[in-house]
Design a protein around this ligand. Structure first.
Ligand SMILES: [Zn+2]
Ligand SMILES: [Zn+2]
Length: 280
């Protein structure tokens, strides 16, 4: 079976990552597009902020992914780039939400395409600890060392992140040493892609969506990357027929021209529960 030729067949795309994300994109980009994804070597993505909190994130996720992708392309001397950025938020402390952005740039065609996802992280957020035992209990509960942990110690408003601990013994010793120095300690999951299997899965899934999208052409201008850009609210109520806030259709668009396509959702009507008239 021969694969259909796409705009990116035989091309090399630079993933701006220090944490092995190119391996998460590899299969989808190879199988769907016939493209090779490689990492930019010598790139420091920590300058855009870290999960550990030692370097603040100053840019929005979208701006950060764009800046990372551009830097990776510059270092590798390519016109095609990828970058991703994740954020983790715990709304009410019960669930941690993982939002991931994956951004693709085709400099020559002037394309910038974003795929994003929101998933519930199976890994709980960080917590303050007061003993080595608590550190070990937290680490074991989240699947250490497969899932990494970071110790964040603070003294006199200065925070240091202790990363790359791979053994329980070292984790316990480091915690004890920091407590002896009267530092306050927070233990948190290491969300870097190579240390967080559940996040790696979310990024891999986004890479598959991105590859599919890049294999999809705009019906008007033939640019690659045609896909989901928005939703249209206003699904009609099954009770009274008025427009509700429920989603009626997805809007697909082109990254280069203004052509759009409206794709109605399967559901023809909204439940009156969502209607301002029937259920004010
Ligand atoms: Zn109604
Ligand atoms: Zn177009």
């Amino acid at each position: 079976m021969t694969r259909p030729r796409t705009a990116y067949t035989g091309r090399t795309i630079t993933f701006a990552t220090m944490h092995g994300k190119e391996s998460l994109a590899h299969d989808a980009f190879q199988n769907t597009l016939g493209a090779t994804v490689t990492a930019a070597t010598g790139l420091d993505t920590d300058q855009f902020g870290t999960f550990a909190g030692d370097i603040p994130r100053l840019l929005s996720p979208r701006d950060a992914t764009r800046a990372k992708a551009r830097l990776g392309m510059q270092i590798a001397g390519t016109t095609l780039g990828l970058a991703s950025e994740g954020t983790f938020t715990s709304g009410f402390g019960l669930f941690v939400e993982n939002t991931e952005f994956l951004l693709f740039i085709d400099h020559t065609l002037g394309l910038e395409i974003v795929e994003s996802s929101v998933t519930t992280s199976p890994v709980p957020g960080g917590r303050r600890i007061a003993s080595a035992r608590e550190a070990l209990t937290f680490a074991s509960a989240i699947g250490f060392p497969g899932q990494g942990v970071i110790l964040q110690s603070t003294q006199n408003d200065h925070t240091t992140a202790h990363k790359n601990i791979t053994r329980l013994e070292v984790l316990g010793d480091t915690t004890e040493a920091l407590l002896k120095q009267r530092q306050s300690i927070v233990i948190l999951p290491d969300y870097r892609a190579h240390k967080a299997p559940s996040r790696a899965t979310a990024i891999r899934t986004l890479c598959e969506k991105m590859a599919q999208r890049l294999a999809t052409e705009c019906a008007h201008c033939r640019a690659p990357g045609f896909g989901h850009i928005n939703v249209e609210h206003g699904l009609l109520c099954s009770g009274c027929g008025s427009a509700t806030q429920a989603i009626a259709a997805d809007i697909h668009g082109c990254g280069r021209c203004t052509y759009k396509a409206r794709v109605p959702r399967d559901q023809a009507h909204a439940d009156p529960e969502w209607c301002d008239h029937c259920n004010p």
